[in-house]
Design a protein around this ligand. Structure first.
Ligand code: HEC
Length: 256
């Protein structure tokens, strides 16, 4: 009985759903939960989904994987959103997990999603699809370390005696994305960064590095003293949470 009542409420609310987030919450959240940190997800799936008992991939998993695996990663955002919308339109009607993009090591714990044919109209699918697409970037901003422009960082560094850390990335560099999703959102990393560093993200495809620094491969990290004049170090590569914390502590010692 309770299930039926909830079903009715969802059904009625959905008529007024106006944006992608509302549509997701009303139609998808019964199975797809919202954000869960990657570290918890990893440990959950290593333990056969027994820690979290998820019914379906979480919103961040959906968003990360769909964004990585649907369409051409190098085309512009508008075409990528269009491709995702087509994919989701098709999946809501003809769900079949063997044809999906969620990898087997995750999807083996789930049944195929039931078809949702006719539940959402075209505009609603577009809205929910755009929401899923934008979520991967928005959640990194929300959960990650605060970001500054270089100009803001220079002013604050002098005032607050903090180290400027530039993260050099390219939009389609896999390890840059992993760094943001798996390392920069972890509490222990955030604690150090928020206390002693100012993060500046630089898209190396279109922006220049300050102080005449030459760009390294991506991801790369460029550490500058709080006087905004002296370079402490430049490091290239992806590291685990533990490695990265060691690096930050070492940089802190050398910044004095
Ligand atoms: C009744 C539970 C349920 C509901 C409601 C639900 N899903 Fe799913 N969904 C799943 C499960 C389980 C999977 C993983 C298995 C699969 O891929 O079919 C999944 C997978 C997906 C996938 C990934 C398919 C792939 O490539 O592997 C997309 C996209 C998706 N859901 C979108 C949505 C959207 C959008 C909504 C809301 C409009 C929604 N789902 C509502 C259960 C659900």
């Amino acid at each position: 009985m309770r299930l039926i009542v909830i079903g009715l409420i969802i059904g009625i609310n959905f008529l007024w759903a106006s944006n992608g987030e509302d549509i997701f919450k009303k139609n998808c959240m019964a199975c797809h939960s919202l954000y869960i940190p990657q570290s918890k997800l990893l440990s959950n799936f290593e333990n056969k989904n027994k820690e979290l008992n998820l019914k379906a991939p979480t919103l961040n998993q959906l968003s990360f994987m769909l964004k990585d695996r649907v369409g051409d990663r190098k085309s512009d955002n508008e075409s990528r959103k269009f491709e995702l919308e087509n994919f989701i339109t098709n999946y809501l009607e003809n769900s079949d997990k063997r044809k999906g993009v969620i990898p087997h090591y995750i999807n083996k714990f789930f049944k195929t999603m039931p078809s949702m044919k006719g539940r959402l109209d075209e505009d609603e699918i577009e809205a929910v699809s755009d929401y899923i697409f934008d979520y991967s970037e928005n959640i990194m901003i929300e959960k990650g370390v605060k970001r500054y422009s270089y100009k803001e960082a220079v002013e604050l560094a002098k005032k607050e005696h903090k180290i400027i850390m530039i993260e050099g990335y390219l939009p389609y560099c896999r390890f840059c994305i992993r760094m943001d999703r798996e390392v920069m959102v972890e509490e222990a990393v955030k604690k150090i960064l928020n206390k002693d560093f100012l993060l500046v993200k630089v898209n190396l495809a279109i922006e220049k590095l300050p102080l005449g620094m030459k760009r390294l491969g991506t991801p790369s990290f460029y550490f500058i003293k709080s006087n905004a004049k002296e370079i402490i170090d430049m490091i290239e590569g992806f590291g685990s949470q533990k490695d990265f914390i060691e690096l930050l502590n070492d940089i802190k010692k050398r910044s004095k």
